[in-house]
Design a protein around this ligand. Structure first.
Ligand code: IPM
Ligand code: MG
Length: 360
């Protein structure tokens, strides 16, 4: 099969981890007889440097013309002090909106070889961590009206958190569908004791529940959810929530697995095209030193093969290659353990690519 893949190489460690993901995809193409055609779509800090804007029109066009998009990570201190309207993050938000990616799926699961890395007590970890955060991605406070003004001699600011019924319905549907494919338990997270947008959210979840009799639904306030994620994460299967709550809870969820460098995520809209990225940031402090962990990026490529390119066996091959390499004891610095073999970013990527070539 021939597939067009847009690459956003990003900032900081972005370009080096992307190189490794592409090496692994090339190994997949070779092993399974596909042809992947890559096209760069600059976005974020590097796009600001080259084009003066975080998301050039041509990059959005490249992404919209592709079968799917791979993104490493963007941003860094270099762009922290520029005009806020031009920050790297604005490019990401514009890309999400421009591609209509309303559903962000962020898995939190413990990688068996790395269970020691979790900061939680072992009796909590032993109960298992395997859940998915389904986050609404193009609504709420992120995309509501932002305003800063002066009033009675002092500054004031506001960000509007608004949701329309249809926006809630489509993401809650993704939550139910995801639960159907997993263990059938959906936890809808809101702040319905205070916020109108949450009251509407809860009403819609309750309205939709009868369509999914197999799914066990419950509601949880976001503050309680933040607590439950560290108290007993084994209680969760699928969490569905609005944009800002999902931003915060998904960072917390990734941290308890102890392997933030290993977790991929996907953003999807209508249709099969998606945006796939590791959940970690651009780590400018370690950029260019060949010490970054490329596994989150490589697993994001695997997720893309599975969900956007309809290549489940190819995705399995990549995931098995990652397991095999970890099993052999190869570790980048962030996941190092006594008795394991320390490797850099490129060596880790090459080992995984070589393992893909050997899968059957
Ligand atoms: C994320 C990030 C972004 C977000 C930032 C970079 C705008 O934190 O993907 O979670 O808040 O959505
Ligand atoms: Mg975030």
């Amino acid at each position: 099969m021939e597939k067009h893949i847009a690459l956003i190489r990003g900032d900081g460690i972005g370009p080096e981890i992307m190189t490794q993901a592409v090496a692994v995809l090339d190994a997949v193409a070779e092993r399974f007889g596909h042809h992947f055609i890559y096209q760069d779509a600059p976005m974020g800090g590097s796009a600001i440097d080259a084009f003066g804007v975080p998301l050039p029109e041509s990059s959005l066009e490249t992404c919209l013309a592709s079968d799917s998009v791979l993104l490493s990570a963007i941003g860094g201190p270099k762009w922290d002090t520029i005009d806020p309207a031009l920050r790297p993050e604005k490019g990401l938000l514009a890309l999400r909106a421009g591609m209509g990616l309303y559903a962000n799926l962020r898995p939190a699961s413990l990688i068996p070889q790395l269970r020691e890395a979790s900061p939680l007590r072992s009796d909590i970890v032993d109960k298992g961590i395997d859940f998915m955060v389904v986050r609404e991605l193009i609504g709420g406070a992120y995309f509501g009206e932002h305003r800063t003004w002066t009033e009675d001699g002092q500054m004031a600011a506001s960000d509007l958190m608004a949701y329309r019924e249809s926006e809630i319905r489509r993401i809650v549907r993704v939550g139910f569908e995801t639960a159907m494919k997993r263990r059938g338990r959906l936890c809808s997270v809101d702040k319905a004791n205070v916020l109108d947008s949450s009251k509407l959210w809860r009403k819609i979840v309750n309205e939709m529940a009868p369509e999914y009799p197999e799914v066990e639904v419950r509601h949880m306030y976001v503050d309680n959810c933040a607590m439950q994620i560290v108290r007993d994460p084994s209680q969760f299967d699928v969490i569905v929530t609005e944009n800002l709550f999902g931003d915060i809870l998904s960072d917390e969820a990734s941290q308890i697995t102890g392997s933030i460098g290993m977790i991929p995520s996907s953003s999807l809209g209508e249709g099969s095209r998606g945006l796939y990225e590791p959940i970690h940031g651009s780590a400018p402090d370690i950029a260019g030193q060949d010490i970054a962990n490329p596994i989150g990026m490589i697993l994001a490529a695997a997720m893309m093969l599975r969900y956007s390119l309809d290549m489940p066996s190819e995705a399995d091959a990549v995931e098995q290659a990652v397991s095999a390499v970890l099993e052999r004891g190869l570790r980048t610095g962030d996941i190092s353990e006594p008795g394991c073999t320390a490797v850099g970013c490129a060596a880790m990527g090459q080992a995984i690519a070589a393992a893909v070539a050997k899968t059957r």
